[in-house]
Design a protein. Sequence first.
Length: 257
Amino acid sequence: MGEALIRGLVEKKLFVPARILVCEADSQRAQYLKKKYRIGIGDVHTVVVQSSAVVLAVKPQDMENVLSQIKGHAPLFISIAAGLTTRFFEKRLGPKTRVVRAMPNMPALIGEGITGYCAGRFVNEADRAKAGLILKALGQGHGCVILFEESQMDAVTAVSGSGPAYVFLFVQQWIAAAIALGLREDVAKRLVVETLIGSVHLLDRTGFSAGDLRSRVTSKGGTTEAAMKVFFKNDIFSKLMKSALSAAKKRAKELAK
């Protein structure tokens, strides 16, 4: 995700590469990033001291160690670690720390992500604008970054942060079911993926709701209706989605403890 952010900032010309400074523990990867994007490389102290905004693209379980090395410095911090609250950072980095909590998702790896973010208690309007500009590097257009209240961030994590996995699971099972009907794997994959892409574009571009479009393709007494009856039987699909998202939200809260 860190490289996705660098790529977006450079390719979309949101920041001049020379102004981007990266700390990467793996020296070989650091040199790869430096060569590919023509950015600067430094240790964690140098990056924090010389930057007006620092993105913490660190796994939640590794965050404590990183924060212990940068306590006392005062740039704007932007965290993309799941579950960690703004208070978590304020407590460890000192009073009045300016911190933004963000949750991008996996499509950011190809510049098509969506990111929800919230501002800590000491973040001002200029900080929010800067964070929004940086996070736009991970998506397309103005709608790829959405500001939330922090109380909603665990839900954002469950819905869009973890969301790509739900899609991939559904597609995986869809392809497997197509193969079971006698289709070759390559043909099944193409049918499913192209159907998915086209359907998502239709939903995005027409302005109709998902329910409206589903009704339009579901003819009474037809093949689609037969399939829908299976999905709707005992409300299993709806209950499963709600349970899955609730579990993801609960885990996001647990990561902050």
